[in-house]
Design a protein around this ligand. Structure first.
Ligand code: PBG
Length: 329
């Protein structure tokens, strides 16, 4: 009885053999850089819970995007932090608002070289920090919020966004935005739906970065329960029916099973968002000497791609692009 019957190690013998049979590759083209642009800021300000990441001014945003593009990063997703917040979040659809201004500027600086994705939500703009307008009892009013998302999307498309990315987890948001874009003459503007977005503790640092922690309650009434996997498929299929061009799972590292499951359910381009808390964990563990940051980040992002994501939104995008260029060089 011959034993072992097969020898998979044959194909692991040399680096060249391993490279030949590698199933998943990580390239800068698969990466998207998330950026925070803040009104009324004189100089970029580091985000304490996200070492190495900044709230950007309009000027420093241009430099950050230039750096990302130089490394081959495919695009940027923009989050705005307005000077004024109100109950409805009306700065979000101001044609001269912080994100609209940034979109115009980036479009004129970089033409079509950079995919410009606009996060479409209200939590950065409302004084209460929720992702929609509130009912008298403090819950988010789904259908009234849809009208506001539609206005935001149209103003972002008019300012030059290639892609609108609704992240509020309201029912019907993709359909409402698609309809508004089509009616507004923006049939060519795409939608990246945050289809399966969990109510995750991993968004902690983002809420510091964007100053958008809810002042009362939490987001469990609209974001998904972390205990659920099948529901992610249902949410994704609904978004596709409603007209999504691309779909997303978020967070990424704590949801690799969900990424794999959603991958099986659709052939549409699939994004995974390696979120602020995941970034912070990797940075903190590396700083504490637990491992080398570069190896840990490349392993984590490769795992997200292996699970089935076509593209990864990551705060490490610019850094990874540099690391990959060193490898090639
Ligand atoms: C909502 C939004 C959030 C993130 C992206 N879009 C915050 C939230 O839902 O509380 C989190 C991203 C991250 O943690 O990196 N507009």
């Amino acid at each position: 009885m011959p034993f072992p019957t097969d020898r998979p190690r044959r194909m692991r013998r040399t680096a060249a053999l391993r490279r030949l049979v590698r199933e998943t590759r990580l390239r800068p083209d698969d990466l998207i850089h998330p950026a925070f642009v803040r009104e009324d800021l004189d100089a970029p300000r580091e985000i304490p819970t996200m070492p190495g990441q900044h709230q950007e001014t309009q000027d420093s945003l241009v430099r950050a995007v230039e750096d990302a593009l130089r490394g081959g990063v495919a695009g940027v997703v923009l989050f705005g932090i307005p000077a004024l917040k109100d109950a409805e979040g009306s700065e979000a659809w101001n044609d001269r608002g912080v994100v609209q201004t940034a979109l115009r500027r980036l479009r004129s600086e970089f033409r079509d070289e950079c995919v410009l994705i606009a996060d479409c939500c209200l939590d950065e703009y409302t004084d209460h920090g929720h992702c929609g307008v509130l009912l008298a009892d403090g819950r988010v009013d789904n259908d009234a919020t849809l009208d506001l998302y539609a206005r935001i999307a149209v103003s972002q498309a008019a300012a030059g966004a290639d892609v609108i990315a609704p992240s509020g987890m309201m029912d019907g948001q993709v359909a409402a935005i698609r309809q508004a874009l089509d009616d507004g003459g923006f049939a060519e503007t795409a939608i990246l739906a945050y289809s399966a977005k969990y109510a995750s503790v991993m968004y902690g640092p983002f809420r510091d970065a964007a100053d958008c922690a809810p002042k009362h309650g939490d987001r469990r009434g609209y974001q998904m329960d972390v205990a659920n996997q099948r529901e992610a498929v249902r949410e994704t299929l609904l978004d596709i029916e409603e007209g999504a061009d691309m779909v997303m799972v978020k967070p990424a590292l704590t949801c690799l099973d969900v990424v794999a499951r959603v991958r099986d359910a659709t052939d549409l381009p699939l994004a995974a968002y390696c979120v602020s808390g995941e970034y912070a964990m990797l940075r903190a563990a590396a700083a504490a000497g637990a491992f080398e940051e570069r190896a840990a980040v490349l392993e984590a992002l490769t795992a997200i791609r292996r699970a089935g994501a076509d593209m990864v939104i990551t705060y490490h995008a610019r850094q990874v692009a540099r690391w990959l260029a060193e490898d090639r060089g």
